[in-house]
Design a protein around this ligand. Structure first.
Ligand code: SF4
Ligand code: SF3
Length: 543
């Protein structure tokens, strides 16, 4: 196996024996094989679309297939093999759709494609086949391969957000067309470096659309988030802990657990759920348990109720809680019960059979500062900036992870001067969200915008502030100190670059898939810099 798609890549170069995430070599090969099949499907779906022929089945499948290959999502070889079989069926369908449309348009038979992803058919041994088509085979030129990888990881990250949006009924055919076109491009040996640079920027653009759709889906269904205190303790009684990003899944579970004496707790990236009026109305949405995903091995054994992951980031479960663990959606772990669809009776029964969660006091933390809430007090914020009470904004957030260098983000937040406001989002917030930052004239100094996809909200806030001060986003007293872990962070970064946002500080380490030349390109064009120390970076920013 060889995989270096996330920040955990072994030795900072790549996992080649087993994934640091827990991905076994057979699973890595199956994911590579699936990606190859998806390239083939994208190739024919894109060609068919150009001739006016589409099939909605491709859209959902491309999104789910890509999402299944995101870090910490699907570790189940049997499930991946089934997805590959389905991929082959759809690829055949797309090929036929294209060939029929071609015949109709031109009166002659379409040419046949004998090499690479367009000719992919699943072999009897899917693992061995997958070993032949890993990312090292993507392109012979290392710099081109590096940018192709940026594009592929961007597509994977975007697919994750598109999946949540689709579950809420929000889709955009232009996004689907782009996913098909970009997948087709990644297996085109004729394309060069700048083609992939442009496609990567385009991926950032489409991701902004997708995050906008997801935001719309959340707001349409649950209202705009409002500032809400969330307790981090537990109540006595039965409990279910929900981890991941999918709010629809949480809503359905809340409906089905109502009146059953079960308290529902959020974990990790589900924390922002407490800020939505349509979710916080459930009295048994009881609080937030634990820290970010990488602490699950330590924390989940302490939660005696049932636990469900509805998206990343799942890790190898210990035997102590494996039998009360469930997965949903694209997330899967071998021998862990997977729930398809929205019937949650299995986990409800399990929660009722599990021992009670004990009463434990917790802290109150504030969530719910989406763009609507922040812009609702924009006058106050702008006044405070003009009066010199707020001198700087720091967006500190992104994906969290296990590396010790990530203490940087805690230190940075602690050292931010008292006259500055910290905006945060995604699971990186757990590095400091239980600290007390106080307020500036009633405006909390720590504003939790939400999940990683709520980068959309952060962008809206930045754009509105730039409008109020009649300047560009890059001219605002705003610095972005971002942490990355997996492919969702890659696509958010592409969105920020597409918007022309400069001077981002990125850590804890730079992606292993960036070659020195590609990194230079990013530095020269966007002034991206790796984090150094909290003191030095703060000094460099504030002068
Ligand atoms: Fe390694 Fe990350 Fe790939 Fe897992 S996803 S195998 S940790 S690089
Ligand atoms: Fe975190 Fe996995 Fe990315 Fe959604 S939950 S930010 S790492």
């Amino acid at each position: 196996m060889f995989c270096h798609q996330c920040e955990q890549a072994a030795n900072g170069t790549g996992c080649n024996k087993v994934g640091v995430c827990g991905k076994q070599p057979n699973v890595a090969a199956l994911q590579d094989n699936l990606l190859h099949g998806l390239q083939g499907l994208g190739f024919f779906a894109s060609k068919a679309r150009k001739l006016g022929a589409t099939d909605p089945a491709f859209d959902a499948f491309l999104i789910e297939g890509l999402f299944a290959t995101v870090t910490n999502v699907d570790f189940d070889a049997a499930r991946l093999a089934n997805i590959i079989v389905r991929c082959a069926e759809l690829k055949n369908k797309a090929q036929k759709l294209y060939e029929d449309a071609f015949k109709e348009a031109h009166g002659i038979k379409a040419r046949t494609f004998e090499n690479g992803a367009p000719s992919w058919v699943p072999a009897a041994d899917l693992v061995t086949q997958g070993e032949q088509v890993g990312i090292e085979k993507l392109h012979s030129d290392p710099d081109v391969r590096s940018v192709v990888e940026i594009l592929i990881y961007g597509l994977k990250g975007m697919a994750a957000y598109a999946d949540h949006a689709r579950i809420l009924g929000k889709t955009d055919p232009e996004v689907t067309a782009f996913i098909e076109q970009a997948l087709a491009a990644t297996c085109d040996p004729e394309l060069g470096l700048m083609d992939f640079v442009n496609l990567s920027m385009e991926c950032g653009k489409h991701n902004l659309t997708v995050m906008g759709l997801l935001n719309e889906g959340h707001v349409d269904n649950y209202g705009h988030p409002v500032p809400t205190p969330v307790n981090t303790g537990t109540k006595a009684g039965k409990g279910i802990l929900v981890s991941g990003h999918d709010l629809k899944m949480l809503e359905e579970l809340l409906k089905q657990t109502e009146g059953k004496g079960i308290n529902v707790y959020t974990h990790g990236e589900m924390l922002p759920a407490h800020g939505y009026p349509g979710l916080k109305k459930y009295a048994h949405l009881a609080g937030n348990f634990g820290g970010a995903w990488q602490d699950q091995a330590k924390e989940l054994p302490q939660f005696p109720g049932a636990i469900i992951f509805n998206t990343n980031c799942i890790q190898k479960p210990a035997d102590s809680y494996k039998d009360r663990l469930f997965t949903w959606g694209c997330t899967a772990w071998p021998d862990v019960t997977h729930i398809d669809g929205f019937d949650f009776s299995a986990i409800i029964d399990k929660a009722l059979a599990c021992p009670d969660v004990a009463e434990a006091p917790g802290k109150e933390i504030l969530v719910g500062f989406g763009h609507n809430a922040v812009l609702g007090v924009a006058d106050k914020v702008i006044e405070a900036v003009k009066a010199g009470d707020i001198k700087h904004f720091f967006l500190i957030g992104g994906c969290d992870g296990a590396k010790s260098g990530r203490n940087y983000y805690t230190e940075f937040a602690e050292k931010v001067p008292q006259d500055s406001v910290i905006l945060t989002l995604a699971c990186g917030k757990y590095r400091f969200n239980k600290l007390d930052f106080g307020d500036i004239g009633g405006i909390p100094r720590l504003l939790d915008i939400g999940q990683c996809n709520d980068a959309y909200s952060a962008i809206q806030i930045a754009v509105a502030l730039a409008g109020a001060f009649d300047c560009g986003v890059n001219d605002l007293p705003l610095s972005m100190i971002l942490s990355w872990y997996e492919q969702k962070a890659v696509v958010i970064l592409l969105t920020l670059l597409h918007l022309g946002i400069q001077n981002i500080k990125l850590g804890p380490s730079l992606p292993a898939f960036l070659t020195p030349n590609v990194l230079n390109f990013l530095v020269e064009n966007f002034n991206i810099a790796p984090i150094t120390t909290a003191e030095e970076d703060l000094k460099a920013i504030l002068g």
